[in-house]
Design a protein around this ligand. Structure first.
Ligand code: ATP
Ligand code: MG
Length: 412
């Protein structure tokens, strides 16, 4: 007999309560079966909450003297109650099995049954050659492999949500392994250096391409450049000083060295010139201060300090003349941008810049123009709540939102 129990109380299309005499497991799949108007309805559900209780053993007893005897005599009255999340109606035709959204509440007293493992195998199994195995159902006694359609993953956006340590990164690794086997290209933004050490192999060769995010600040959008050195959008005066100084310095350098100035001017000299420009505004004798009105010295010093700090702390990720970050992406590989050594603001500036360029290049490619990215990408954003959290105003969010490339696996 494969009946576990019955639905009890009020039912709804997506959730029911049930009662059973058997120890039902959390996460276990069940069938709900009821007959209405001559039609058998079989639904698939998952046990999401389960409790055991015995009315003879209430929360509090007058004393514990007879508890053993009460328990022995009432053990047969111990019951299991819980909740089932309804996943859909199982539709079985000659050649396929699929779930259809359940719109009507099942009848109260519908039977709760153990599902037929063969039906589960068909539901979670491979339906085409695009399906890849990601694991097995944990709560089932029998081995039920679970397959997902990689095309569905790369054609849509996918968020993998679970509490910490639940296995999100592991799930993504399994998916990536399969995608790389199919010669797909992946970009991972890695905050904890988790993927840097990972080994993904195809035909025996490691296919992980670790990219240290070295950026040329002069190729960044001015706001990203400002953010990189720690000037926030809302620090209006600082931002203004920084912008004017940057424009002036770039203009001066180009006049002096020509358009190929990066061949002669290195990172240190560039920032040195930027600092000099700002410091020159403090000189009372300087008649060429490009800012109208009185200079606010505190804001000016703030900007100068930030430039100093940038050179001290970020010299490993900032380099005038560094090649465009997306040029480091290699097709058919897992390209890991290692963000483990930068803080969240800097990571936002880097990620938004990469996504913006990648999007531009993909658009060009799709329109048949010359492009640095002539192949689709799957982008994995680890710790997506940092870059795309609901309450955060980040630049990356604009690109992570479901508008870009086909792709994006968010991990929260
Ligand atoms: N399917 C699995 N079987 C066995 N162990 C697993 C499985 N998935 C994950 N683990 C182990 O559980 C631990 C946590 O996994 P993982 O790092 O994938 O979790 P996470 O959800 O990404 O966590 P975090 O929120 O901290 O990033 C790791 O030690 C991993 O090896
Ligand atoms: Mg993780």
């Amino acid at each position: 007999m494969n009946r576990i129990g019955y639905c009890t109380g009020t039912t709804s299309p997506n959730r029911v309560t049930f009662q059973s005499q058997y120890p039902v497991r959390l996460g276990q799949f069940v069938n709900l079966k009821y007959t209405e108007n001559g039609k058998d309805n079989i639904l698939l559900g998952m046990v999401i909450n389960v409790q055991r209780k015995n009315t003879y053993i209430p929360q509090e007893l007058p004393n514990l003297t007879h508890i053993d005897r009460i328990f022995q005599e009432s053990i047969k009255d111990t019951k299991v109650v819980g909740e089932i999340q309804i996943l859909g109606e199982i539709i079985e035709t000659d050649n396929e099995v699929f779930l259809q959204m359940q719109r009507v509440p099942p009848l109260p007293a519908a039977e709760v049954l153990k599902p037929n493992p063969e039906t589960l195998k068909k539901l979670f199994g491979a339906k085409s050659k695009n399906h890849v195995r990601i694991g097995r159902l944990l709560a089932e006694e029998e081995e039920i492999p679970v397959y997902v359609d990689v095309n569905q993953i790369v054609l849509r956006h996918l968020a993998i949500l679970a509490i910490t340590g639940a296995g999100k990164s592991n799930t993504v690794s399994v998916i990536l392994e399969n995608i790389v086997n199919l010669k797909g290209t992946v970009v991972v933004f890695d905050f904890h250096g988790e993927y840097v050490k990972a080994e993904f192999k195809r035909d025996g060769k490691n296919v992980v391409n670790v990219i240290k995010p070295v950026v040329d600040p002069t190729t960044l959008d001015i706001r990203d450049f400002a953010k990189l050195i720690g000037i926030q959008h809302n620090a209006t005066v600082q931002f203004r000083y920084f912008k004017v100084a940057l424009d002036n310095v770039l203009k001066g350098i180009k006049e002096e060295k020509g358009l190929e100035w990066k061949r002669w001017v290195g990172t240190d000299e560039f920032f040195f010139r930027l600092k000099n420009e700002l410091e020159s505004w403090l000189d009372d004798e300087n008649d060429n201060v490009p800012i109208k009105g009185k200079i606010r010295e505190d804001s000016l010093y703030e900007v100068i300090n930030k430039i100093d700090d940038t050179l001290d702390e970020l010299s490993h990720i900032i380099k005038v003349g560094a090649k465009d970050l997306i040029e480091n992406i290699e097709p058919g590989k897992i390209n890991v941008f290692d963000l483990s050594e930068v803080d969240e603001e800097v990571a936002d500036a880097i990620v938004s810049n990469i996504l913006k360029h990648a999007l531009d290049e993909r658009k060009k490619s799709v329109r048949g123009k010359d492009s640095k990215l002539d192949y689709p990408l799957l982008v994995v954003v680890e710790e997506a709540h940092i870059l795309a959290g609901d309450k955060r105003d980040t630049d990356s969010k604009y690109y992570i939102k479901p508008r870009i490339f086909k792709i994006v696996v968010y991990l929260v």
